[in-house]
Design a protein around this ligand. Structure first.
Ligand code: DP6
Length: 333
């Protein structure tokens, strides 16, 4: 192998039923299943080029050298894909990796999800392997749990899995992107980097929060409720269980020691505004991840009213509207 190159495109996803906590740190196995929407608007494009003339990995995120820990995480992921694909522990050739997001990185907008999904496919292809979607999902999960879901488009379920080796901890598609015309409006309240990563926030919650066992105990039932509501296109039930899951996740984090607080004043104001809209009869609900942005989920007909309302919330700096997007794919050369 002298120089082999591939480019892949993946979208971020937003979990309606959250992943928060791990059953195995090393294999990055989730302690709960999760259910998500893949978003068409938030896109990562990643090129990987293995080159036997390089003497170290050259990694750039949005045209800049990332910090050491981000670069190490990417190099470790390249090792993992190489070992899996080539069934060897030999030293791999070094690579050039260029990745671009069209949205704020590391601000609770799930850049690791689209990032590792795109990196899994581009790396596999650059190594001339053709990996099945399930294998890609398993590899992406090792990079970041939520990335396992971005392999697929539309509405996606990530399995908790039972096996110790994690072979059944993979995502599957529940519905194609055009199954239900849902929109996700992201109210950006702070575009800076997040203060506590999801990995650290969930570790602290697992280790210290008295509410963590209750969070785990209810997770599977929430997935089933959401899956059934989606099958029936019952927005109201989906809205209730979506808010239930995110508020329980954040409650468990808030009760850690020290408490993990991802919300700012604008996040809370946006959640109240969304509740007011729903009380007035609009099909909309909220969800939040490990950052201060609020994501409103609504049926397409409600989009403009929800956008207008969110734009008026004090502290909301920008509203990004997304539909449901496709799974990871190669970009033609
Ligand atoms: C709150 O996938 O970022 O967004 O596996 O440690 O990389 P790691 O965590 P990550 O966690 C996502 C947590 C969440 C909820 C979700 O997306 O399900």
């Amino acid at each position: 192998m002298h120089n082999t190159q591939a480019t892949a495109v993946a979208h971020a996803n937003i979990a309606l039923i959250k992943y928060w906590g791990k059953r195995d740190d090393k294999l990055n196995l989730p302690a709960t299943g999760s259910l998500s929407l893949t978003l068409d608007g938030l896109t990562t494009t990643t090129s990987v080029s293995f080159d036997s003339d390089l003497n170290h990995d050259c990694i750039k995120l949005n045209n800049q050298h990332p910090g050491e820990s981000a670069a190490d995480r990417i190099s470790a992921f390249l090792n993992l894909v190489y070992q899996q694909v080539k069934s060897t522990n030999q030293q791999r050739p070094y690579a050039q990796v260029n990745s671009h997001n069209n949205f704020p990185t590391a601000a609770g907008l799930a850049s690791s999800a689209s990032g590792f999904a795109a990196l899994a496919l581009a790396t596999g292809k650059a190594l001339q392997a053709s990996l099945e979607p399930g294998q890609l999902s398993m590899l992406a999960r090792r990079g970041s749990g939520s990335a396992a879901r971005s392999i697929f488009g539309g509405i996606v379920e990530m399995a908790h899995g039972q096996r110790k080796d994690g072979l059944d901890s993979i995502a599957t598609q529940l519905h194609q992107p055009d199954y239900w015309n849902l929109k996700v409006l992201i109210a950006v309240t702070d575009a800076g980097s997040k203060k506590i990563s999801s990995t650290d926030g969930m570790r602290q919650t697992m280790q210290t929060s008295p509410y963590y066992p209750a969070w785990i105990a209810g997770a599977q039932a929430d997935i089933e409720t959401a899956r059934d509501a989606i099958a029936a296109k019952d927005f109201e039930t989906l809205a209730n269980v979506t808010e239930f899951s995110t508020l329980k996740m954040h409650a468990s984090a808030l009760a850690a020691q020290p408490g993990v607080i991802y919300w700012n004043a604008a996040s809370l104001a946006a959640m109240h505004s969304i509740r007011d809209l729903r009380a007035a009869g609009l099909p909309v609900c909220f969800t939040m991840d490990a950052g201060p942005q609020v994501k409103a989920v609504c049926t397409a007909g409600a989009t403009s009213q929800v956008a207008e309302c969110l734009q008026q919330v004090p502290g909301v700096v920008k509203v990004i509207t997304c539909g449901l997007g496709r799974g990871v794919r190669l970009q033609p050369q």
